[in-house]
Design a protein. Structure first.
Length: 135
């Protein structure tokens, strides 16, 4: 059963960028109390953005990630008059949701893991939806 639902807006500043959102999501989870055990599903209702799990301690990792992603989905002139088809492809490749277990009232993230919002067609104001399932 859904215990709680929460959403927040995120303002992106560049055409493409990765924004850590773990702190915001974990803050919401921790408000529910230490006894919560379950799943946290994070979803974005957008077709030109994505959610991923990766590390942010070394910024070169995400720069390399962005460079590699650009090499497999470059900006090209396509039929879409908005000229953002590559953003749609990247979103589809990476996905628009992640699920993370919750134990003792906090996200069970690995030592180096962060939740990242991936913008591919900014700048924009985006919505992030968080649902907690469990007991």
């Amino acid at each position: 059963m859904i215990i709680k639902k929460y959403s927040f807006n995120l303002k992106t500043n560049k055409r493409e960028e990765f924004i850590p959102i773990s702190e915001e999501v974990n803050g919401f989870v921790q408000q529910l109390g230490e006894n919560i055990v379950g799943e946290c599903k994070i979803f974005i209702p957008h077709t030109t953005a994505a959610l991923i799990m990766n590390q942010t301690v070394n910024p070169d990792v995400m720069r390399d990630f962005q460079t590699y992603l650009e090499s497999i989905v470059p900006v090209k002139r396509m039929l879409n008059v908005q000229n953002n088809s590559n953003a749609h492809f990247k979103s589809s490749l990476l996905g628009t949701s992640v699920e993370i277990p919750i134990s003792n009232g906090k996200l069970d993230l690995g030592e180096w893991q962060d939740i990242l919002f991936a913008e591919f067609d900014g700048p924009r104001i985006r919505t992030v939806i968080v649902q907690i399932w469990g007991q």
